[in-house]
Every structure is written in C-alpha cells, then in structure tokens.
Design a protein around this ligand. Structure first.
Ligand code: SAH
Length: 337
C-alpha cells in the first residue's frame, strides 16, 4: 500500500490524524482489503477501495515447492518484475526473502538475478507489499533482504521498509540486510541505522583476486575495506555479522581456502553461513564431502559456521535463483542435496 498516497487521500477528506495508522495497522495484521477494516466508516472504506490500491504490487504467478516454500512473482504498476519468497521451516519459523530492486545491476557470476535486465529500485511500499502479501497467507516472523537486488544501492527504501516490519510481526533482531559490500551504502547503514537490524556480507572468496573474478564489484570496493566496515558495525552495535559463502566446486571450496577464510575472520565478530550452490548454469556445486571438510577447518579455527538449508530449489526459489523467468523451470534436482 502506498502510504503517502493514502495519507494524501485522508488529508484531502479531512480525516482525523490517526486514520492512516489505523489503516496501516489493519493491513499489517493481514486483512485482505479495506472492507475488513471494521472501525473505519463504511463510506471511507468504499472510497479507499476505489482510490488507493490495497497493494502497489500485482501477483502474477505463485509457485509452491515440495518443502512448502512459496515463491511469488509480482509486477509493479509500471511493469517491473519482482520476486519474493516465503520459507517455511519445521520448527515453525516463517521467513521472508524480500527484494530491494527489480533485477540487480551487479554481475556476480554465480547469481541468476544479475543475468536478468535491471529494472529499478523498489519503493519502501513495494518492499513492504511483498511482506504484506505473505502476511495475508500466515503469520511471519523473520525477514532477510536476500531477494533480488543490492539493498545498499537502495538503502533509504530498505531502511524505511525495515522500520515498519515490526508492525507485521518481524522484529529488527529478526531482520537481516545482506550486501555484496557496496561501501557507500554500507557506511551509511553502519552510521545511521541504530535499530538492531542484522548485517550479512556476501563474501564468497578468501582472496581479493578470486573475489574480483566471482564478483566484479570487488574491484571497486575491495574485500579488505568491506571487512573493516563490518568491524565498525560490530564495534558500534555489538552484533555479529553473518558471512555468506556460496560453495562452488573446485573454485572456492578447497581446504587451503577455508584456512585463508578462517585467517580473515575474527570469530568474535563473524559467523559463517556456507551456502550450497543452487544451479544457475555457470558452476558446479561443491560435494557434500567438500562442504564438510571446509566446515571442519572453520570449526577447528573456532569460527562459528553452519551450512544453510536449501529451500525451494525445485521452483527456482533458492538463493541466487530469482530471475523472474516467464515459465516455471523444472531443474529436476533432489531437495536438500
Ligand atoms: N545483493 C545482496 C542481496 C542478495 S542476497 C547480496 O548479494 O548479499 C542473495 C544471496 O544468495 C547472496 O549471498 C548471494 O551471494 C547468494 N547467491 C547468489 N547466487 C547463488 C547461487 N547460485 N547459489 C547459492 N547462493 C547464491
């Protein structure tokens, strides 16, 4: 819901100040439309239904994976594609993977989003409407800005949206913003976001050379500078930084590379999440054995490390697979492999 447009209408009608909040609170609790907002005058409900679209996004397609993951393809009013994912875990956790941009201007070699055409930054309302869509399905409690796009390139909208997530049931502590290390945005995030929103860094390679090969953005903002900024986040917020490391067979998954990674990271500051590679065409994923050996090195170095559970791979809803393809793709892969 475009809250600025909503406020405009309410002001034009000389509605009391609390109306905007009232409408938002209903939406945040997952009602399906204005009609359900029973403490609003019926006439106002009818008018809003005609004047202020209940969502800034239209649902174009929805797919459900065998593991319960739901991927939704939305369209903005000006025709841009946006995907978001609802992940369901056995322990009851409901986590949203939100997009900050339609497509992504960066060109990480292993990620499908970078291969689609970049659209534009999303507005805060367009980000929140992804969350509200899933909130209408069921209560949700976690959010990660790990969908399409680079959040630090659209920081204002991302932060504005994140600040409203608690109304939907997602506290700041359960909200994570992930970045490739886009320094101008990351610096502002560290300086300006005082809420306990978590930070994740897509690291993926223990040396500048390899990282630049995999993620061209590293030429512009080298890993060393990015890690320094992460340390500053830790010093100011006292919250660990998650490191994401996608496991590419024969590329970044060797035991020496695990040692180099361990040397880079202070165990008090970082927690590593090893991500099994989700096929996007370019690489082969590391074997289970290689992932276990890599983790073993980190364990021995006392760097906290976990292997990320893969969700929604059969509907291309997993990390790095959001590309708003026109047709569902059948990758035919075993789950959790
Ligand atoms: N641009 C931000 C937000 C997107 S997060 C960022 O990169 O951090 C998406 C996560 O999925 C990132 O950690 C990304 O590196 C990872 N990823 C991308 N492609 C992947 C793939 N094919 N398999 C597994 N993880 C992938």
């Amino acid at each position: 819901m475009d809250r600025a447009l909503l406020e405009e209408h309410l002001t034009a009608r000389a509605e009391p100040d609390y109306r905007g909040t009232q409408v938002w609170q209903w939406a945040a609790r997952g009602v399906a439309g204005y009609a359900e907002m029973t403490n609003l005058p019926a006439e106002l409900r009818a008018e809003l239904a005609g004047e202020v679209p209940f969502s800034t996004l239209e649902v174009e397609r929805e797919e459900k994976a065998r593991d319960g993951t739901v991927k939704t393809l939305f369209r903005t009013h000006d025709g841009h594609a946006v995907e978001a994912v609802l992940m369901r875990y056995r322990d009851g956790r409901r986590s949203l993977c939100l997009s900050s941009q339609s497509g992504c201007p960066l060109t990480c070699t292993f990620c499908a989003t970078g291969q689609m055409r970049f659209g534009r930054n999303l507005t805060a309302s367009e980000i929140l409407d992804q969350a509200l869509h899933f909130r209408r399905v069921e209560p949700v409690d976690h959010a990660v800005f790990m969908g399409m796009g680079e959040p630090m390139l659209n920081l204002d909208a991302v932060v504005e949206a994140a600040r409203s997530l608690p109304d939907i049931g997602i506290t700041h502590r359960r909200t994570t913003v992930s970045t490739v290390g886009w320094l101008p945005g990351l610096r502002r995030f560290v300086d300006e976001v005082e809420e306990p929103v978590r930070l994740a860094l897509s690291l993926h390679a223990p040396t500048e050379e390899l990282r630049s090969e995999l993620m061209p953005v590293n030429d512009r903002y080298p890993l060393a500078d990015v890690l320094e900024e992460c340390l500053r986040y830790f010093e100011l917020r006292r919250r660990k930084v998650f490191v994401e490391y996608v496991m590419l067979g024969g590329v970044n998954d060797r035991v020496e590379q695990a040692r180099a990674l361990a040397d880079l990271l202070d165990p008090k500051v970082f927690k590593v999440n090893l991500i099994p590679y989700n096929p996007t065409g370019m690489y082969a994923g590391s074997s289970r054995k290689a992932i276990a050996a890599f983790k073993g090195v980190l364990d021995r170095a006392r760097i906290p490390a976990t292997v990320r559970l893969t969700r929604g791979r059969d509907i291309a809803a997993a990390c790095g697979q959001l590309a708003a393809r026109p047709e569902p793709v059948a990758l035919g892969l075993p789950l959790d492999s």
